[in-house]
Design a protein around this ligand. Structure first.
Ligand code: FAD
Ligand code: EPU
Length: 351
């Protein structure tokens, strides 16, 4: 028997975002199928309301009231589509938890996602910012995704080129922003493990644990989880959205200027340019572990802003602007926010 889609009004999202910010959605629905999603879109269109898709809420900063239909994308399912000597093709629906999907892929002898273990959130949001960690990005294993076009209500396919992935970036954050809801993602994973241990801390930890023995994908996944648990706050204990800013990219000449003034600056080559460690910049600006009211920077990782309890979206935004100002004053470098802001008068929600 089919039940009609339940749409709630004035629904609290405080439990639905990892920063733990109080926020009321004018309307809220949890969709478990493409058909339910299409029903929700008709509801929003009839009321001329914007639609905000929400997964695990681990990369959003929410305002007090969202005059929108918030759709929790909860489609479930994971499938091995094919297996050949080199490649295991897998597909996951958007509502699958990312980390559980990674563990499932490893259980199915499919390698590649081990470095992306323990990233919070759901599969459907992973392409939005092309999630990355420990030298691997989603794009490295991405084949395609299916997304519903909010205008037409129809499902469209996106291959890697159409997604326009970059560092913490995709078309879904730029020219196709607010136009699609992702419903599934398909990846081509490796049969044979190709360990990616270039991120110093990871290689060092595995060498300490295993000596000369080659690590398995499970060893790598566990090491990544351990490093992350040591360094990053657990959202179930302290509200946060992971890195609050992207690591900024600067030109060679800019890098030369910074290196002369700050010989210890932490930076990584990126083609012709350099990527600076934003955590180092914030730390060196004297802002590691500081607190103003309910908001602060995490004491072990200055790039992570935390809600000590009772903060609103506006408090977080205002604190983040002070961090940007201080870093700019000291280094002349502008930090760009990583999480998406949904706050009506600051960043108009547009479809
Ligand atoms: P949400 O926060 O629910 O949504 C994020 C954005 O995507 C919103 O704009 C939302 O509207 C949109 N969206 C969500 N689902 C869909 C969908 N189905 N279709 C279309 N749009 C959608 N990120 C990294 O890249 N690397 C890390 O190492 C990392 N570490 C983190 C550590 C911590 C402790 C935390 C809290 C966050 C971290 N993040 C990291 C950020 C976050 O986990 C990722 O961005 C993740 O992909 C967000 O998933 P989500 O389901 O929670 O998305
Ligand atoms: N650093 C400091 N002080 C700090 C924090 C960092 O000096 O307070 C220095 C560290 O010593 C290190 C460098 O900055 O030399 C980089 O730090 P870290 O290894 O913690 O990584 P990050 O650049 O801060 C990025 C991602 C993370 C991802 C890790 C691992 C961004 C914006 N962040 O952090 O992603 O998990 O690398 O790959 O690219 C996220 O996007 O939410 C996220 C957590």
């Amino acid at each position: 028997m089919k039940f009609p889609l339940k749409i709630y009004d004035n629904y609290s999202l405080v439990q639905k975002n990892t920063l733990g910010l109080p926020s009321i959605a004018r309307y809220y629905a949890e969709v478990n199928s493409v058909a339910e999603l299409q029903t929700a879109l008709v509801f929003a269109r009839e009321r001329q309301l914007p639609v905000i898709p929400l997964g695990g809420g681990s990369n959003v900063v929410l305002g007090d009231f969202l005059d929108a239909l918030v759709v929790h994308v909860n489609l479930k399912g994971r499938t091995v589509l094919s297996r050949d000597p080199d490649c295991v093709r897998v597909r996951a629906e958007a509502g699958e938890n990312w980390h559980e999907f990674v563990l499932w892929s490893l259980d199915n002898q499919a390698c590649g996602l081990e470095n992306l273990s323990l990233i919070p959130g759901n599969v459907g949001a992973a392409p939005i910012q092309n999630i990355g960690a420990y030298g691997v990005e989603l794009t490295d294993y991405f084949l395609s995704l299916e997304a519903i076009n909010l205008e037409t209500g129809l499902v469209e396919d996106f291959d890697r080129q159409r997604c326009g992935f970059g560092y913490r970036d995709s078309v879904f954050k730029r020219e196709k922003r607010d136009q699609y809801i992702i419903v599934s993602v398909t990846l081509d994973l490796d049969v044979t493990l190709k360990p990616n241990l270039g991120y110093g801390q990871l290689g060092d930890l595995l060498a300490r644990r295993l000596g000369n023995k080659s690590p398995s994908a499970i060893d790598i996944s566990q090491a990544v989880c351990d490093i992350r648990r040591e360094k990053l706050p657990d959202p179930s204990e302290v509200g946060n959205a992971g890195s609050f800013f992207k690591n900024p990219e600067v030109s060679q000449s800019e890098m030369d200027r910074l290196k002369q003034a700050y010989p210890d600056i932490v930076a990584y080559p990126l083609g012709q340019n350099w990527k600076l460690a934003a955590g180092w910049l914030i730390d060196q600006a004297g802002l590691k572990g500081v607190r103003e009211g309910c908001v602060g920077t995490y004491q072990k990782q200055a790039l992570v802003l935390v809600n000590h309890g009772g903060a609103t979206g506006r408090d977080v935004l205002s604190f983040s602007r002070q961090v940007q100002q201080r870093v700019n004053d000291k280094f002349g470098v502008q930090l760009e926010r990583e999480p998406r802001l949904y706050m009506e008068d600051v960043d108009k929600i547009i479809r």
